[in-house]
Design a protein around this ligand. Sequence first.
Ligand code: IPE
Ligand code: IPE
Ligand code: MG
Length: 239
Amino acid sequence: MANGELVQGGVPQHIAIIMDGNGRWAQRRGLPRLAGHRAGTLNIKHIVRECIALRVPYLTLYAFSTENWNRPSWEVRGLMRILSEFLDRELRELHADGVHLRHLGELDGVEPALQKRVRSAIDLTRNNTAITLAVAFNYGGRADIVRAVRRIVESGIPAQEVTEQTISEHLYTVGMPDPDLIIRTSGEWRLSNFLIWQAAYSEYWTTPILWPDFTPQDLRRAVADYGQRERRFGARPEG
Ligand code: IPE
Ligand code: IPE
Ligand code: MG
């Protein structure tokens, strides 16, 4: 930022959400955890629509981390099935709403039928322009950086020519701005390996509300709070 110029928040260009608390939501209702995951996916379209209404051009949702493989196998299988059902149920409407879908993470390792669904959803929506919805699934921030480094080395770029931009251009998020605002539901205060490179100067907003209960009004609250913040990027006010 030249001359210590300050940037007032305004509307975030990229919101990234750690959709946490599905398990606790179900537990509080005496339901199985998977019912919480299902309720969580039912909430997605409301939040996507609110982002479109707010003219937020990029939304990233953290749906499954590289560490989530460490959960019991029934939960992992259930989560895969719920994502498949989400695509079957919602793709047509997302497409009609002008949503351009992207995937962040490694599709290899996900079962072939789901891989195919994800690839065809991305293909179907590739020319949409209302919003880019990136779903981080089998995503880890460290895995993202390791993959970027491997690809840079493989491409033969000389070490002294590697810049921050080179790394950004080799991450899954290539072409997307860094997240301006990271929201985490369910009252936790950590990144859990989400977009760790890209989050260098993100603003954070957390709420005790569990993801299935997180409403468009809650999103507006987070965005309004973001709008009041002064982003300094290490600089300081003039004078
Ligand atoms: C977030 O909900 C969804 C995923 C991590 C897949 P959790 O399943 O982590 O819910 P809690 O944190 O146990 O309540
Ligand atoms: C982060 O939530 C991952 C997703 C929301 C997909 P977790 O519930 O897995 O994170 P930890 O284990 O509490 O850090
Ligand atoms: Mg959790």
